[in-house]
Design a protein around this ligand. Structure first.
Ligand code: E4P
Length: 219
């Protein structure tokens, strides 16, 4: 399972991209607005693209198919490798199908059920983004939903890659991997938290102390 960073924050992207273990970034209008409501979206997206180089999902804001397709054209004109993020609404499915015909990658977002995931896959979505945290928020077991989608994907041999999104804690990353998600897109704080273990810190401290002891004896 690949790991993407779910943010529009340049400092966080710079720091994590330099570590070499993420292969993409997902953004959405709320993440961009969180950085600065007056943000120059094109400039920020191109900055992110330059830093990471891999997958970059950019979301459309229109709610009608033609508007979505126009926005997709504009995003593609910024950089041709863009993945167009489209909301899981009927108009979004039609836009996904049109982009599929043109060989433009899409990430159908705001998916909360296996039937939504199936519809997106049938429309030709390259990625289907299943929101874990927001399901848990309404007392629906996101792990069970993702497992069901994973099982369907395996039985039906579907091509769309599954992205586990709305990740709130490291356990979600583990559950996403166990459920067969291809990608987990993770906020900076959770991603950094997932790298930590107290026994690693304790072990590093002990190795450093013993090395320093050896060095001091050589003096
Ligand atoms: C990613 O593609 C989604 O936009 C994101 O994970 C949403 O996360 P949230 O539910 O924490 O806003």
């Amino acid at each position: 399972m690949e790991l993407y960073l779910d943010t529009a924050n340049i400092e966080h992207i710079k720091e994590v991209a330099a570590l070499g273990f993420i292969s993409g970034v997902t953004t959405n209008p709320s993440l961009l607005a969180k950085e600065d409501p007056k943000i120059d979206i094109k400039k920020r997206i191109l900055e992110i693209h330059q830093l990471v180089g891999g997958h970059l999902s950019v979301e459309v804001n229109s709610l009608d198919t033609n508007g979505m397709l126009k926005e997709a054209d504009e995003i593609i004109s910024w950089f041709p490798e863009a993945t167009i993020k489209i909301p899981m609404i009927p108009a979004g499915l039609a836009a996904t199908k049109e982009l599929y015909k043109k060989d433009i990658p899409t990430n159908v977002t705001l998916i909360f059920s296996p039937t939504q995931a199936l519809a997106a896959a049938n429309a030709g979505a390259t990625y289907v983004s299943v929101f874990m945290g927001r399901l848990d928020d309404i007392a629906v077991d996101s792990y069970a939903v993702l497992n069901e989608i994973g099982e369907i994907w395996e039985k039906q041999c579907l091509d769309s890659s599954i992205i586990a999104a709305s990740i709130r804690h490291p356990l979600h990353i583990i559950q996403a991997a166990k459920a067969g998600a291809d990608i987990s897109t993770v906020p900076y704080k959770v991603l950094m938290q997932s790298l930590q273990h107290p026994l690693t810190d304790k072990g590093v401290d002990a190795f450093v102390a013993d090395y320093q002891k050896m060095m001091s004896m050589k003096k």
